[in-house]
Structure formats: structure tokens, C-alpha cells
Design a protein around this ligand. Structure first.
Ligand code: ADP
Ligand code: MG
Length: 690
């Protein structure tokens, strides 16, 4: 008998080599192996007679070996046999499996399963599954596993089957009350039911993901992940103290007066939620979601200024230098009006200025810091960090978020309020799971006067029409972006920004064409951006460095070369660079043939709507959640059984249950919470070292 957490090498048939192959896939324990679920089933339960066969169908036959011989050699070897039952004879062939000839001999009774094809006018069974006696691979509904390295589906079937015998009774992992509430099968029933389905169940019913057994395991996994997120959130709230800021309405109003516009109702609601959080001793841990261009910066800026004038330090971290400069410019009049000393720290800050900044942060002179990843360096220490904001948080990892939060703790044993912002909308169904440890608020309106960007997919062959549009735009006194997927040496002009800039300049001698990409030195990049902002550059040819956050209102045309190469979220982000003022803007998605089916669907989707949430739902169905969520959600990406998209109808129910479990005080729930917390700590530690 083995325990679930015993190493997988305890399973009969798993030696050093197989254990290594399994470990490579993250399968370390007996339990891990048991949770390798089949992705489909094959009904091999029905035994047919040779006389009934129809070419093109698959059958199981119980037969006797009449003749068997090995032919050819090495790579071209072949085993040929003739087998029969009481209704007739059938020719059977195995290619490149010479060992079959040693495994069976004339007169042996065997079972074979495979597809009948026609060869030289006669039916013939090719490469069938062969079983002597037994009944593991044939004569029943058989689970089909995905192969793992050299471990074939058949080998896995044998190992997993042995695993079930080895463990015996699989202990229940969910509290009874939870199982009752969600009406779930027991763990034992589920695991055995999945790997050893009864022959009476039809494969269509068993259809891997749909069976009750499968769903029990999916729920178990969702529940475990969601509960641990809830626990983390609760822990953050109970153990740590946040700066309890004292704010008065008059000074908040005075700060907002500096803004060149009135906040929209959505922005106002978000800001007041955030300010309420900041006045609490519970550290804020909040996500501000809002589509591209809805004005998240103004909300964050308000919160930063309020914190800075309330006697605290405030910091905002962004993913690119470009964005840091832009925020700096935007915040400058605000900071000046509030008498707040502001600085900017990035990877390219000179060491002299850096030392001054470090000193200013340590002695509390600097109240507001804008910066990139450089903010996370260990020598950056604040004296009284009250609010930390992360913009475009999907560009950062969970770890970086935690690091920034640590910055406020050195002296005060306090945890700063944390606000993270993202323009990458995620479907509602996922939000519960992915952001389970964060409070979420949303800006769901747009600044007044915005018109949706006109979106058009245009074949690359119509490039000359695009050039005309560029000219028209420039003649109206407006500006344009042209985005190329690569910097240099693309397979054609449109894929390489450098060549494209030269080419466009040649075609449009009177127009100022600028160039922006990530390999330029900082000064070149910021001066180009500066000139574009100032209107000295008419058309900016760039790589995706303009993707996040860049805000130039006079830009009204976006042309995306090789749009078929970009993901949906990226296309939406890029399009969001225009349409930021009240003038009608256009986005051209240049499509280069041939388009894959998926690329075509992506382009259709992005053309059909400018609603980020709708696109997120489509993206999810096109790509699947793992990719969509990227690195942020190490835990979610680590789902083994569940699939956020396929199984999304369980998310809400399990999330509710997870909240209940995390808050409950009965022994059963508490024991469950402790157990899964240990489990995720172990897994998290594993993924960090491995
Ligand atoms: P995002 O949410 O994508 O970060 P930004 O904060 O960059 O959006 O804002 C987009 C543009 O909208 C900016 O030019 C900003 O000045 C403008 N803006 C933001 N809020 C308002 C508002 N309430 N009224 C008018 N313009 C606004
Ligand atoms: Mg932004």
C-alpha cells in the first residue's frame, strides 16, 4: 500500500528513467500520477466477429493466431499475421514493431483492436492494439492518455491502473458539507471512475470533461486554488497594518481642481472607493480595471497626490521608461500645485542623480516617485511609503508586486496601500479566480466626446491606399502611428520598422516620419517621443513599444502592419493609442496572406467591436486561459485538471464555496484550509526552484 504523497517511483513499472520523464512533467507523487486524466475514451468493450467487419471502422476481435512472421529489417520491418475466429480469417500487419512477433505465437488466443483498411482489395487490420489475456487495454471502455515523453498512452494506462491498486482507498479531500452542497462524487469514486470507467457507460457520456467524476476533480482543484487566494487576502487584512490616512474633503477637492477636466462618474466612483480604502488601517490591495483610454491615470494621480499631501510618500511603477516620462509630465503640474517634491527613477538615471533620489527618499523630502523596475532595487528605501501604484500590472509578476509592497515596511512595520491597474480586461468568469486575492473596481465609462475608433482589416496589397490615408491625416493636421512587428531585417518592409521608416520617407518626402523602437538609446527614444507629442513628427513608425499607455491625443490614425501576427489583446491595446480625443480616429489592420484560421478570427473579432471586455471573452475562447493570463497567475497556469474556459460554469459556485470555507470556523473547514495552504506552499516553492 502506498500513500498519495509517496514518490511516483513506488508505482510498479516506474523505474529511474520513467520517474525522470514523469518528474519532467511535474509528476512527482503517486497522487500527481493519479491526477493525469485521460483526454478521451475509446469503446473497445464490444467484441465483433470477423464476418461483420466493414472497411474503415474500428473493432475489437477475439481471435486465434494462425500464422505469424517477421519481414523486412530495421526501420522497415513488418510483422504479418493471419488470425481467425469461428466466422473467418483476417490479415493483420504491424509496421516497425518487430517485438510483436516474439510476444505471440501460432495458436495463441489474443484480442486485437484497430481499424480495418483495404489493402490490395482485401481487408486488413493495421497496427492494432494487442492484448494477451488481460482486459486492461481491450474488451472495455478504455481511457486514452496524452503521451508523456516516451511514455505511450498504453504504458500510462498500465502505470495508472497499477497506481490505483497500490493506493487502495483514496481518502476524501473535501469537507463533507462542501461535497453535499456542490453534490460532488467522492474522491475515490471520481478517480476510479475516470481511470476505470465501467463498460456500461457510453464514451459520449464519459466524454472526458463532462463526466461527473471528472467534474468532481475539476471542482476540487478550483476550490483549492480559490480558497488559498481567499486565505491570502484575509491574511493580508488581518496581520498587516496599513497607513490610516486622514483626509479631508476640502483638500481632496483642491487637488482635483488642478485637473484640466472633470472626472467622469466612473472615475469619480473609482477614486472615492480608493480614497476610502486609504483611510482604513487595513492595507488596500486593489485592482483598478478599465479599458484603454478610460482615464485610469487621472484616478491614480488623484490618489497619489492625496497620499503625498497627507504626509506620506507615494510611488507609481510602470513597465517602460517611455511611460515613466509621460506620467512624470502629466503629474508635474499637480505636484507643483500641491507643493509636492517629485522625482523619477529608472534604469538609466545617472548614478549622481540616483544617489540624490535615494537620499531624498530616505529622509522623506521626496514625496512622489515615478519609476520603472528600478524602484524595486534593494537600495531604494522609503521613509514613509503610504501608497504604491503599479500601472499596466499585467507586465509585472506577482513577485514584483510583493516586492514593492515590502518597500513600506522597513521602519514602520506597515504595509503601504497598493493599487494595481490594468487595461487588459479579463472575462468576468475568470476575475473571481484570477484576482481572488484582490479587491476589484472598474471604470466602466469613457471621457465625454469619445467616438469609437473605426476599425478596418485591409489586405496588405492595398498598401498604396494606406499611404494615401497617411497623407490625408497629415494634411488635416493630425498624426499617425505605423506599427511593425520587428525592428530590423524583417522578411519584408512591413515587418521591420527601420526599413519601413526609410521606405515611407522616400514615398512621402514632405512628411516628417519618425522612428521609435526598443533598441534605441534612451535619449533618442525620449526625444523622438517628445517631437511626436509636440507635432514635429507627423508619422511615427514604431515597434510595439507604443503598445502600453502612450497618450498623444492628436494621433488619429493607427496602421498595424502584419496584424495577423499579433494577439487580440495586443491589437486592442495598439488601437487604444488612437481615439483619445474627440476627433474620429481610424485603425487599419493590415493583413498579409495567407491567414491562419485563428488569425482570421482574431482580426474579425477586433474589427467587430472596440469593447475590451467583449474581446477578452473572444480571446479566451480563441486562445485558452493559460496563454491569456500570461505569467501573472502562476497558480492558475498551474491548473492540472480544470480548464478555466471549458469548466467556467463551475467557477462562480466554487468561488462562493471557497469564500465560505476561508471564513468558516468549524473543524472540518479549518482543517481543509490548513491542508490546502500547505499544499500550495509546497507547489509554489517547487515552481520557484524548478
Ligand atoms: P488609460 O486608462 O488607458 O491609462 P489615460 O489615463 O492615459 O487612459 O487617459 C486617456 C486620455 O483621456 C488622456 O489623454 C487623458 O488626459 C484623457 N482623460 C482622462 N480622463 C478624462 C476626463 N474625465 N475627461 C476628459 N479627458 C480625460
Ligand atoms: Mg494607462
Amino acid at each position: 500500500m502506498a500513500e498519495l504523497h509517496d514518490p511516483v517511483s513506488r508505482v510498479p513499472g516506474v523505474g529511474i528513467v520513467r520517474a525522470a520523464a514523469l518528474r519532467h512533467r511535474g509528476i512527482q507523487t503517486v497522487e500527481d500520477l493519479l491526477l493525469q486524466l485521460p483526454f478521451r475514451y475509446e469503446d473497445r468493450s464490444k467484441v465483433s466477429k470477423i464476418s461483420e467487419l466493414i472497411v474503415g471502422e474500428s473493432y475489437t476481435f477475439n481471435v486465434e493466431v494462425n500464422r505469424i512472421r517477421r519481414l523486412g529489417h530495421r526501420g522497415r520491418s513488418r510483422v504479418e499475421a493471419v488470425m481467425s475466429d469461428e466466422t473467418g480469417e483476417l490479415k493483420v500487419v504491424w509496421f516497425r514493431q518487430p517485438y510483436v512477433a516474439d510476444a505471440i505465437a501460432q495458436g495463441d488466443p489474443v484480442s486485437v483492436f484497430g481499424k480495418v483498411v483495404e489493402h490490395d482489395g482485401n481487408p486488413q487490420l493495421v497496427n492494432p492494439v494487442l492484448e494477451k489475456g488481460g482486459g486492461l487495454h481491450l474488451g472495455r471502455v478504455v481511457p486514452i492518455y496524452r503521451r508523456i515523453g516516451k511514455l505511450t498512452p498504453g504504458v500510462l494506462r498500465r502505470l495508472i491502473d497499477a497506481c490505483i491498486d497500490l493506493v487502495g482507498e483514496i481518502p476524501e479531500s473535501l469537507p463533507d458539507s462542501t461535497r453535499r452542497r456542490l453534490q460532488l462524487a467522492s474522491r475515490q469514486e471520481a478517480v476510479v471512475g475516470i481511470h476505470r470507467p465501467t463498460s456500461t457507460a457510453k464514451p459520449s457520456v464519459l466524454n472526458a470533461a463532462r463526466s461527473p467524476a471528472h467534474q468532481r476533480l475539476v471542482c476540487e482543484e478550483f476550490l483549492s486554488l480559490q480558497t488559498v487566494l481567499q486565505l491570502q487576502r484575509a491574511q493580508g487584512k488581518s496581520e498587516l497594518l496599513g497607513p490610516e490616512m486622514i483626509l479631508d474633503e476640502a483638500s481632496v477637492a483642491a487637488i482635483l481642481k488642478v485637473l484640466p477636466f472633470r472626472l467622469t462618474p466612473g472615475q469619480e466612483a473609482a477614486l472615492s472607493t480608493i480614497l476610502a480604502d486609504m483611510q482604513s488601517r487595513v492595507p488596500m490591495h486593489r485592482l483598478l480595471q478599465g479599458d484603454v483610454g478610460c482615464g485610469k491615470t487621472a484616478v491614480a494621480g488623484g490618489a497619489l497626490l492625496v497620499a503625498a499631501t497627507a504626509g506620506y510618500q507615494a510611488a507609481i511603477m510602470v513597465p517602460t521608461e517611455l511611460l515613466a516620462r509621460q506620467h512624470l509630465r502629466w503629474l508635474a503640474p499637480w505636484a507643483a500645485a500641491g507643493g509636492v517634491h517629485m522625482e523619477c527613477l529608472t534604469g538609466t538615471t545617472s548614478s549622481g542623480s540616483k544617489q540624490q533620489i535615494l537620499d531624498g527618499l530616505a529622509n522623506g523630502d521626496i514625496r512622489l516617485l515615478v519609476g520603472t523596475h528600478a524602484l524595486l532595487e534593494p537600495e531604494v528605501l522609503f521613509s514613509k511609503l503610504g501608497l504604491a501604484v503599479i500601472d499596466e500590472q499585467h507586465r509585472f509578476g506577482v513577485r514584483q508586486r510583493a516586492l514593492l509592497r515590502e518597500k513600506g515596511r522597513a521602519d514602520h512595520h506597515q504595509c503601504p496601500h497598493l493599487l494595481v491597474m490594468t487595461a487588459t480586461p479579463i472575462p468576468r468568469t475568470l476575475e473571481l479566480t484570477v484576482y481572488g486575492d484582490l479587491d476589484v473596481c472598474k471604470i466602466d465609462d469613457m471621457p465625454p466626446g469619445r467616438q469609437p475608433v473605426v476599425s478596418q482589416v485591409v489586405p496588405a496589397a492595398n498598401w498604396s491606399r494606406v499611404v494615401e490615408m497617411l497623407v490625408e491625416t497629415v494634411h488635416r493636421g493630425e498624426q499617425a502611428y505605423v506599427v511593425a512587428p520587428r525592428i530590423k531585417e524583417g522578411d519584408d518592409e512591413l515587418s521591420a520598422a527601420v526599413q519601413l521608416q526609410v521606405e515611407l520617407q522616400r514615398q512621402l518626402p514632405g512628411v516628417h516620419i519618425g522612428l521609435l523602437h526598443g533598441k534605441q538609446v534612451r535619449d533618442e527614444r525620449s526625444s523622438t517621443m517628445e517631437s511626436f507629442r509636440a507635432g514635429q513628427i507627423d508619422v511615427l513608425v514604431s515597434t510595439t513599444v507604443v503598445e502600453v499607455g502612450v497618450d498623444v491625443t492628436n494621433a488619429t490614425l493607427m496602421v498595424i502592419g502584419h496584424a495577423e501576427r499579433f494577439g487580440l489583446a495586443q491589437l486592442h491595446q495598439l488601437r487604444g493609442r488612437v481615439g483619445r480625443g474627440s476627433v474620429q480616429a481610424t485603425c487599419i489592420f493590415l493583413a498579409h496572406e495567407p491567414l491562419s484560421k485563428k488569425a482570421q478570427l482574431r482580426l474579425e473579432a477586433v474589427q467587430s467591436t472596440t469593447d475590451g471586455f467583449e474581446l477578452a471573452e473572444k480571446d479566451l475562447s480563441l486562445r485558452g486561459p493559460g496563454e491569456l493570463l500570461g505569467t501573472r497567475q502562476a497558480g492558475v497556469a498551474g491548473l492540472r485538471v480544470g480548464d478555466l474556459f471549458r469548466d467556467h460554469e463551475w467557477l462562480e459556485l466554487t468561488c462562493k464555496e471557497a469564500r465560505r470555507l476561508a471564513a468558516a470556523e468549524d473543524d472540518e473547514s479549518v482543517e481543509y484550509c490548513q491542508r490546502i495552504q500547505r499544499y500550495w506552499e509546497r507547489r509554489f516553492a517547487m515552481t520557484q526552484t524548478g
